[in-house]
Every structure is written in C-alpha cells, then in structure tokens.
Write a protein that binds this ligand. Structure first.
Ligand code: NAD
Length: 424
C-alpha cells in the first residue's frame, strides 16, 4: 500500500492521530486495498446539534452535542456519551473509530460510535443535566435505536443519564424500549456484572498474558494507576488471584506498600473521602508519576490517556502493561516499549470487558430475560480469553506487537465483512 503516508511517531497526540497512526501500520501489514482503507477510515455519519436549555436561573444556554457513527458494517453501532468541557468533533470521531475496532477484536456484532456534549456537568444541577440529556436524546431520535445505534455511559455520564435517555426515547416511540441504551440501573434492565466488567476484563487479559509469558501470578507484583471504576476493580480482582498490588494512584498522588495495598480499606477510605485517596494511611505516599516506573511485574494504567510517553517509557521496568484506560500510551512510546521487550495488552483489547457486558445487557433486554452474575462473568471471561489468544496468535504469525495485531484482527474482520456485504 504505497499510497498510504508513513505513520508519524507521535508522543502527546490528539486521539484521532493516535488511532490513525496504529490503523495505518496495521492496514499496511495486512496489505489492505486503498479503496477499503478509505472506507474504513471515514466515519459513516457525523451529527452536530445545538441544544438550547433553560437553566435554573431561567436563562437559556445553547450547548453543542455530537454523535459520530464510525461504522455499522458489523451491526448496530455502539459507544458511550461523554459530558465534558473539552468534548469536540475530532475527539468524538477518534473514540467512535476505537469502538469499531474494540467490538471487532472481541468479536461482538456491533459497529462503533461515540457521542458527547460540550458541557461541565460538575457545574450543573441535576435538573439542568436531565433537560440536556432529554434534549440530546430528542435531537438524536433518528440516530439512536436498539437496531441502529446504542449509546452507553462514558466520562461524565452514568446510569442516571442512561435512565433519562431510555425514558425520553421510549416516550417518543410510545412504548418501553430498554435495549436502546446500556449501562442502565439494574431495575431498568441493567446487567449484573456491568460495574466490574471492565476491571474484570483487565484481570482476565493480564492473567492470560502472564500465562503465555510464564509469569506465575502468585506473588507477582503489580501497580495500578487510577482508582476509579476500572482501576479499583482491576486491582481488587488481580489481588484476589494472588498478585501483590504494591501501588495504586489517583489524581491526588500514588500510594505504595511493598507488602500490598489493603483494598477493602482503600475503597472504604475513598468512598468516605469524596472519591479521593488523599490522606490514605495504609501506604507511603509517592509522586503520581513514580508509580509508572516502579519495579513491578505488571503495570495497569487505568486512569487517563497519554501517560506513557517517550519521556518515561525508557524507565518503565514492568514486564507486562495491561491498558485499562483508553489511549494511555503514545505511539512514540510504543516503539520504545517494543524495543525493551515489554509486552503491552492494548486498550482496544484489554478494556473491552465493558462493551462485552454492555452487549450482554442488550441481549438480555431483547430476550426480556435476566442472567445471573455467574453467567455474565463466565461468558465475558471466555470472550476476553479467546480474543487475547487470537490476537496473540496473529502477533506471533506476523511478528508484530499485540497492539498492531489487535488492530489487524479488527480491521481484517471489518474489511472482510464489508467486502461480503458490498457497497454501491
Ligand atoms: P473513573 O472516573 O471512575 O476513574 C478515573 C480514576 O483515574 C480516578 O481515580 C482519578 O482520580 C484517576 N486519575 C485521573 N487522572 C489521573 C492521573 N493523571 N494520574 C493518576 N490518576 C488519575 O474512570 P473509569 O471509568 O475508571 O475510566 C478510567 C479509564 O478507563 C478511562 O480512560 C476510560 O476511558 C477507560 N475505560 C473505562 C471503561 C468503563 O467501563 N468504565 C471501559 C473502557 C475504558
């Protein structure tokens, strides 16, 4: 594929460039035809809406909302909705494409999408957020649908917003349509196991990779960056499997205990302390960034993007990195980690446990049936394990990193499906 410009090696990068640089490399190795490359890189639909909302002080404020459907080649599109002051079209486009590759790599029958509203939910009342969510749903009524495009929570949104979205959509359709959105409260048809699903997938990915690398999990050491939903569940489940989680961190800093962090105590402390570990007594406080370069076997970045860069990658000592967060490693850092022989289970694979259980939620809603937690966990563990084995096989066959192999598996699947379905 000589026509594709060489992939730039980027450090601090915008998410669309980060996604494209890996997409290009994987497409080149696959020998993807130019026509198909162009189809797969272009989002199928990009919608921007203006949402005038009456604020609590009776003023009217106009918010901008987005929904990008990157692909519906494999099935209805799936992806979260982000409420954040930095939301912009470029970011939503990248996240939508990421969802396409993530669903394809774990082999669930969804395309990819993402949505967002440029707003600061921390400065808005519950009433204002509800009106905004309902206005956004109404503006996207012809995009969303259980067979078309299925939203979910992302940064700044959660079960509460999903309940409003489901209700607004249902009102317009004149019937309850709970399969239009996932990540709902359990009483509205949410799935058991969804809360811990992403952290659980990180744990399964880590154990499967450790098995291949012949690292015995019992007494292997680990550090986890981020102590929110993904990080705290990953840390807890890894320690239950015998790993010694020596450090965890959040925005307030990192906390180190050579003998292992006591999770029950840390979680209790965080929940009683407005979500922060600041002041946690069960460990020594170290600088946040220091966590990334500790001498541990396994490193789990589960906080935010662009934390492993060309600057700190040379000092990373972990043998295995499992990306709980989306986009934690820059493409420039990728090659440094590769050269050092550090194995990286990439985000589109490692954190796909969340979208997998979202898929199960949708399946249960459509069946009008509820699975017990044991069935949810057993099936998602199987999917995560199979996906990692498949990506590992590709990486061995083509002698590429797990990241490039994951993109290759995903792109190949979407490209083959596209060719069977055909175009105009
Ligand atoms: P969260 O808001 O529950 O937790 C984020 C945690 O990271 C918090 O503890 C916060 O203090 C910490 N943090 C933020 N910036 C930090 C920094 N610079 N250094 C150290 N800690 C920092 O979010 P979450 O749902 O756990 O998501 C974390 C990451 O995982 C995000 O990249 C998200 O996109 C990704 N992800 C989440 C899910 C999911 O199901 N929640 C699924 C797939 C991917």
């Amino acid at each position: 594929m000589g026509y594709i410009e060489p992939a730039p090696l980027l450090d601090k990068e915008n998410p669309f460039e980060a996604m494209m640089s890996r997409f290009r490399v994987a497409s080149q190795i696959l020998g993807l035809e130019e026509e198909v490359y162009n189809v797969l890189k272009s989002p199928a639909r990009q919608v921007i809406v203006s949402l005038p909302i009456t604020m609590d002080d009776s003023s009217i404020k106009v918010f901008e909302g987005y929904r990008v459907v990157h692909s519906t080649i494999l099935g209805p599109s799936k992806g979260g909705i982000r409420y954040d002051p930095h939301v912009n079209l470029d970011e939503v486009k990248a996240l939508a494409a990421w969802m396409t590759w993530k669903c394809a790599v774990v082999d669930i029958p969804y395309g990819g999408a993402k949505g967002g509203i440029t707003c600061n939910p921390r400065e808005m009342s519950a009433g204002e957020i509800e009106r905004l969510t309902r206005a956004y749903t109404s503006a996207m009524i012809d995009i969303f649908g259980p067979d078309r495009d299925i939203p979910a929570p992302d940064m700044g949104t959660g079960p509460r917003e999903m309940a409003w979205l489901m209700d607004e959509y249902s009102k317009t359709r004149g019937m309850t349509v709970n399969a239009v959105v996932t990540g709902k409260p359990i009483v509205l048809g949410g799935s058991l196991g969804r809360t811990e699903a992403t952290g659980r997938g990180v744990m399964v990915s880590a154990l499967t990779a450790m098995e291949k690398m012949k690292i015995n999990p019992y007494k292997a050491t680990c550090a986890v960056q981020g102590f929110g939903n993904v990080g705290s569940w990953a840390a807890r489940l890894l320690s239950e499997r015998g790993l010694i989680v020596q450090a965890v961190s959040d925005i307030s800093g990192a906390y180190y205990n050579e003998k292992g962090i006591d999770f029950e105590a840390a979680i209790k402390y965080r929940d009683a302390n407005k979500g922060s570990l600041e002041g946690f007594g069960g460990a020594e406080k170290i600088k946040g960034d220091e966590l990334l370069t500790l001498s541990v076997d396994v490193l789990v970045p589960a906080a935010t993007e662009d934390v492993i860069t060309a600057t700190n990658a040379p000092n990373i000592k972990a043998k295995l990195i499992v990306e709980g967060a989306n986009g934690p490693t820059s493409s420039k850092a990728d090659s440094i980690l590769n050269d050092k022989g550090i194995v990286v289970v990439p985000d589109i694979l490692a954190n796909a446990g969340g979208v997998t259980v979202s898929y199960f939620e949708w399946v249960q809603n459509r069946l009008g049936y509820k699975w017990e937690a044991e069935r949810v966990n057993r099936r998602s563990d199987r999917i995560m394990k199979d996906a990692l084995n498949n990506v590992y096989k590709t990486s061995q066959e083509y002698k590429v990193s797990l990241r490039i192999a994951a993109y290759m598996v995903a792109i190949d699947k979407v490209a083959k499906t596209y060719k069977y379905r055909g175009g105009y």
